[in-house]
Each structure stands twice: as structure tokens, then as C-alpha cells.
Design a protein around this ligand. Structure first.
Ligand code: SF4
Length: 263
């Protein structure tokens, strides 16, 4: 399958692939939608081949990429062999035994919404609960394996007050071996299967969000903080998915994808 990526903005250094819309969680802020296709292995491999030489890094995500039925580990090997830095953005629930040893994955991107288990689990719904404890276990396993990771937090009105405590905890964990590449702070948007219905109760004041990010960035923390006012737009990231056998890319198209359900 030959894919034409001539429209790709040359400033984009990172390609984010939506492999599957399926997920085993129901996060109240989820910005993902359900109406895109599960990528076939051939589609994903063709896309990665077309991206070679155009971007440096790929993020394999979803939905939940470890629920992708077409062999995620094989795809990470394929991407690594093409020379990409390979990141996997996962909720951490269905990681395979030995996930910390998979060398074709350069870095995991894991979510942490709060140090408070009830607040985190109240935002991230997992059947049976306990996602907060599970994520801390995943982080500890990666620390023990001396693997680098990125954390992501969706900032809502509920967890905004705890960001400073989280930063202090991350610094302390860093002294104990946590190799944190970056902390992404995504401002909650009222979009997607979780965010649209919960827009009013989770909405965060933009000024308060920006002020909190400014304070954290000014604190000189030993890791990079990425402020993401709009999680669906980033100057260096492009998003890719398949719909009815057609490759789609571009954030405006992504907005087309989410907006019909919000009216
Ligand atoms: S935000 Fe939650 S529900 Fe949405 S894809 Fe990620 S883990 Fe699944």
C-alpha cells in the first residue's frame, strides 16, 4: 500500500498513530472517539514506511494500543528497525509480562492524574477500580528496570489543586531512581467520548491552568514540563488514523471526527 504524505507539515517531528478505538477504561475526560477503524498491520506498516525520513519519533496509541489485535510488539520492532524512536501511550492495564524489557519500545507514556488514589480513580474508571495502584506498580517496575518514561496528566478542575504536590513527588521519586523524560500537562477539553458528556463538571479555568503550568515551569524541575493547552493541536505532532480504508491525518480532520457527537 503506497501512502501519499506530501501534505505533511515538515515541522512535524512526531507521528501519533491511533491503532484502535477500543479501550478497557472509561475515563471521564477521555478525548478519544470510537468511530475510527482498527488499523490493520499492513496499514500501520505502510504508514510507518511512508513516515521514514519525515519524522523522528512515533507514538503508538489508541484507544488502548495493547488491545490492538494485530501484534503491537511486532509493530514496535518494525518501527524500531526503520530507525524511529518508538513510544507507546498506554493506560498500563494490559501490559504483557516483561513489558519493561521490550527493547523496541524506547519509552512508555503512562497516565497519572493525582497522588490521591480516590481522585485519580474517580477520573479514570477501570472495572473493579484500582488503576492508581496499578499505575504506581507499573512506574516502579520501569524504575527498577532503569527505563525512561513520560507521564501525562489531564488537568481538570478536580486535580488542578494537586499539581504542586505531584511535582514534589516526582522530584522525590527522581532522587530514588525515576528517570522521567517529561511530564505532559493536558488541559481538559470538553471533547470525545468522556470529555463531551462531562464538560461542565470537569471544566478547568484556562487562566488557572496556565498559571499553574507557569509556576511549575518556573520551579526549575529536573524534567521537562510540556504545557498542552489544546491536546488536539501541537506544532510538532501529527495524528494519523484510518477511516473506511482511507488514511486520515491532521488536527482539523480530528476535530471533524469529534465534533458531530458534541452538538
Ligand atoms: S483516556 Fe481513558 S478511556 Fe480514553 S483511551 Fe485513554 S485510557 Fe481509554
Amino acid at each position: 500500500m503506497a501512502l501519499d504524505l506530501r501534505g505533511l507539515d515538515p515541522r512535524k517531528r512526531i507521528a501519533s498513530l491511533f491503532l484502535t478505538p477500543h479501550c478497557d477504561m472509561s475515563c471521564r475526560f477521555c478525548a478519544s472517539e470510537t468511530d475510527f477503524a482498527v488499523m490493520s498491520f499492513d496499514e500501520a506498516a505502510s504508514l510507518l514506511s511512508a513516515l521514514k525520513g519525515r519524522v523522528e519519533s512515533v507514538v503508538l496509541g489508541g484507544g488502548e494500543p495493547f488491545l490492538w489485535p494485530n501484534d503491537l510488539e511486532k509493530l514496535t520492532c518494525f518501527a524500531a528497525d526503520l530507525g524511529f524512536q518508538v513510544q507507546v501511550c498506554t493506560n498500563g492495564v494490559n501490559l504483557p509480562v516483561g513489558f519493561e524489557k521490550i527493547q523496541s519500545i524506547s519509552r512508555y507514556i503512562l497516565p497519572l492524574e493525582s497522588l490521591d488514589p480516590s481522585l485519580h480513580d474517580g477520573l479514570r474508571w477501570l472495572r473493579g477500580g484500582g488503576h492508581h495502584g496499578l499505575i504506581l506498580d507499573r512506574i516502579r517496575t520501569l524504575v527498577q528496570a532503569k527505563r525512561e518514561l513520560t507521564l501525562s496528566t489531564v488537568v481538570t478542575c478536580e486535580n488542578l489543586p494537586g499539581l504542586q504536590d505531584m511535582a514534589e513527588w516526582l522530584v522525590a521519586e527522581g532522587l530514588s531512581g525515576l528517570n522521567l523524560h517529561a511530564w505532559h500537562l493536558y488541559r481538559f477539553l470538553s471533547v470525545g467520548r468522556g470529555g463531551a458528556p462531562n464538560g461542565q463538571e470537569l471544566a478547568v479555568d484556562r487562566d488557572q491552568y496556565q498559571s499553574a503550568c507557569r509556576a511549575l515551569k518556573a520551579a526549575g524541575l529536573p524534567f521537562t514540563i510540556y504545557q498542552r493547552d489544546d491536546m488536539q493541536r501541537a506544532s510538532t505532532v501529527e495524528f494519523f488514523w484510518f477511516e473506511k480504508g482511507r488514511l486520515r491525518m491532521g488536527i482539523d480532520l480530528a476535530r471533524d471526527l469529534v465534533e458531530p457527537g458534541q452538538t
